[in-house]
Design a protein around this ligand. Structure first.
Ligand code: 13P
Length: 252
């Protein structure tokens, strides 16, 4: 069975004091939680301090990005995956639509980041998802297939075991417009089917596929009750510890 996974992506929000306060509150709220894995992803400069406050807890530390480059070298402004691992990070979000859209990340770059993260011992959360116009044009499955094909290129069956996929339809991110559980399930089933074809049914059955896009305490249960939805990647509703805990405490 796949253990559900709920991840809070704090994006470029919070000052350090607020990040620490939220993490400490969340730690307290989540202390008895065993039904799902939990992670939070603060900005780079908060990782170490927040991570220290989470030490010994059941909350994993995640990063929002990493460099394409594995070797420590002259790459001003970049952070290597191995450096994230070194400060206690367990997961890294790669290929978020905001990075694809605003920072021109290509599928090729994303594949390099995925490999750099895996080879540094991190687990990967690879984001995929179509824009509204791609959906309206009926290209949603082609787009997601392309993102998966390139993003996961060259990965072995063992590598894939350390990857979760996050399906985040771009039109549902930060818009309050969630995909219906049926729309999300349809894409999650497609993604699992694709992984089955490329890496084998047994691998596909083990990979966690998260949904992201306006997930809230009110809609999480409907989404997570779907067969192929194994968790959530939460933006806005993860910024407040109590609201995020409302998502973690979903009922099915
Ligand atoms: P929202 O939950 O704010 O829509 O953001 C989703 C997201 O992009 C998580 O990575």
């Amino acid at each position: 069975m796949r253990k559900p996974f709920i991840v809070g992506n704090w994006k470029m929000h919070k000052f350090l004091s607020d990040a620490v306060e939220t993490a400490v509150r969340l730690r307290k709220l989540c202390s008895g939680v065993t039904h799902c894995d939990i992670a939070i992803a603060p900005v780079f400069v908060h990782l170490k301090v927040v991570g220290d406050r989470l030490e010994g807890s059941n909350i994993f530390l995640a990063a929002q990005n990493c460099s394409t480059e594995m070797k420590h070298a002259a790459h001003t402004g970049e952070v290597a995956a191995s450096m994230l691992k070194d400060v206690g990070v367990s997961y890294v979000i790669i290929g978020h639509s905001e990075r694809r859209q605003y920072y021109a990340e290509t599928d090729e770059m994303i594949n390099k980041k995925v490999k750099a993260a895996l080879y540094s011992g991190l687990n990967v959360i690879l984001c995929v998802g179509e824009t509204l116009s791609e959906r309206d044009d009926g290209q949603l499955f082609d787009v997601v297939r392309r993102q998966l094909k390139h993003g996961l290129e060259g990965l072995s069956r063992n590598d894939i075991a350390k990857v979760s996929i996050a399906y985040e339809p771009v039109w549902a991110i930060g818009t309050g417009r969630t995909a219906t559980p049926e729309q999300a399930q349809q894409m999650h089933e497609f993604i699992r089917g694709y992984l089955g074809e490329t890496h084998g049914e047994d691998v596909a059955e083990r990979v966690r596929i998260l949904y992201g896009g306006s997930v809230k305490p009110e809609n999480v249960s409907g989404l997570l009750s779907q067969r192929d939805i194994d968790g959530a990647l939460v933006g806005g509703a993860s910024l407040d510890a109590d609201t995020f805990f409302g998502i973690i405490s979903y009922e099915i």
